[in-house]
Design a protein. Structure first.
Length: 178
């Protein structure tokens, strides 16, 4: 069982600009269409957990819903999922530990945790087992940070680092408990 984060950040640790923009993710050309491990990551998970903001960001893009696995959206305000996402997206309410336990009990043992606040919430509860962080070599200067405050330090160990031909690097970290 594993809760995994797979996300891109700027060199200075932002996952989005100050107006929630993510267009900077496309600033580095990818002429070879390098997958950077995304497909393997998606094959390794049973479901996704994301926040409302991330769901709205994805639905606001001019693309089809990109996930074939069930997506659980954390929201205190949503009463229903958008009609076009019924059967694909499910609302999850409650505290993070309870949601995590309920999903595990339903057989969703390997979760992809996505979205800044959602990742921070899972980290606060020490419920992240793996971090795969792809660093885009750009300085944004401000925006939405990947990491927030924690009550205590959480140790991870780097298990793999890779540099791609387009100048992007990716680091894999696993939770270390001593």
């Amino acid at each position: 069982m594993s809760n995994k984060v797979f996300i891109a950040t700027s060199l200075d640790g932002y996952i989005a600009g100050k107006n929630h923009e993510i267009d900077w993710l496309d600033t580095i050309p990818n002429p070879d269409k390098i997958d950077m491990g995304y497909q393997a990551h998606m094959e390794s998970i049973d479901a996704l957990v994301m926040g409302r903001n991330t769901m709205e960001l994805v639905t606001g893009m001019d693309i089809e819903w990109p996930y074939s696995k069930p997506v659980f959206v954390l929201s205190k305000s949503l009463k229903n999922v958008p009609e076009k996402l019924e059967g694909k997206v499910f609302l999850a309410k409650g505290d993070i530990k309870s949601i995590n336990n309920e999903l595990k009990e339903k057989g969703y043992n390997n979760l992809y945790i996505d979205g800044g606040l959602t990742i921070q919430s899972f980290l606060k509860e020490d419920l992240v087992d793996e971090l795969i962080i792809t660093t885009i070599p750009i300085l944004l200067g401000s925006g939405i940070r990947l990491f927030g405050e924690l009550d205590r330090a959480l140790e991870f160990r780097c298990t793999k680092s890779e540099r791609y031909s387009n100048g992007i690097c990716q680091n894999h970290f696993e939770r270390y408990s001593g």
